[in-house]
Write a protein that binds this ligand. Sequence first.
Ligand SMILES: [Ca+2]
Ligand SMILES: [Ca+2]
Length: 263
Amino acid sequence: MKTFTIIIAVIAAIACALTIAVADDWMIVTTDEGAQQFNLANVESITFSREPDGLVAYYPFNGNADDESGNGLHGSVRGATLTRDRHGNANSAYHFIAANRTTIDVADNGLLDTGDGEDVTVNVWVKTNANQEMTIAAKYRSVPPRGGFYFVCDANGDPIWCGRDRNDARDSGPSDVGIFDGEWHMVTGMRQGTVWSVWVDGQMGNSADVGSSAAMDNDEILVIGCHIDVGQRAGYWEGDIDDVRIFNCALTADEIMALFNEE
Ligand SMILES: [Ca+2]
Ligand SMILES: [Ca+2]
């Protein structure tokens, strides 16, 4: 889910500035009919979250590879094993071993395809200390009808958002920040109009205006943990992957940073 986090630290200041009376106790009623009462004097901040329209697939890996976006694009686990996430929670991320060719596969679906003039964003948490070129996720086809994406780390550990549209091969260029340090990092690849960009930990690491926003849809599966091209697999991931999100839209810098800051 794309989460908008709005910290209202100013609410206390606003309350103080009001010349009209402000009730001491507030009640929040949520759409699931829950209710929370609180005393304004005890409030430090309030956080709002909502799920946007553009989230087409979401794999939080809460004990399985199910899609929790509501679209039912569930993943099939091929040898990857559950492990701890970046918060230390057991069974909340997947560990991939390149030599064992481990992946998580998702069947082709039009929701995962990017048409002429459409945007796409792939947002993933990764952890690795392998010093080799490898692929985080891919849905790619290099022969006609050509199109799709693959999200790789080069041999220096720099993520690159790659792919092609009907016209030609495209990429963001390598990120200026590497990730081969054995720590969790959030990486984001995005096509927004004619611009392909790659982000690490909420900061843009590189971008390129490729001068085209032609269709890049295909009939390949989505695979997490390796490259795929007309069914041929390569570039298997070594390390951990978590919280895979695919949006059929571009995200703003603030929205990417909100994902990075999300618990
Ligand atoms: Ca997770
Ligand atoms: Ca398709």
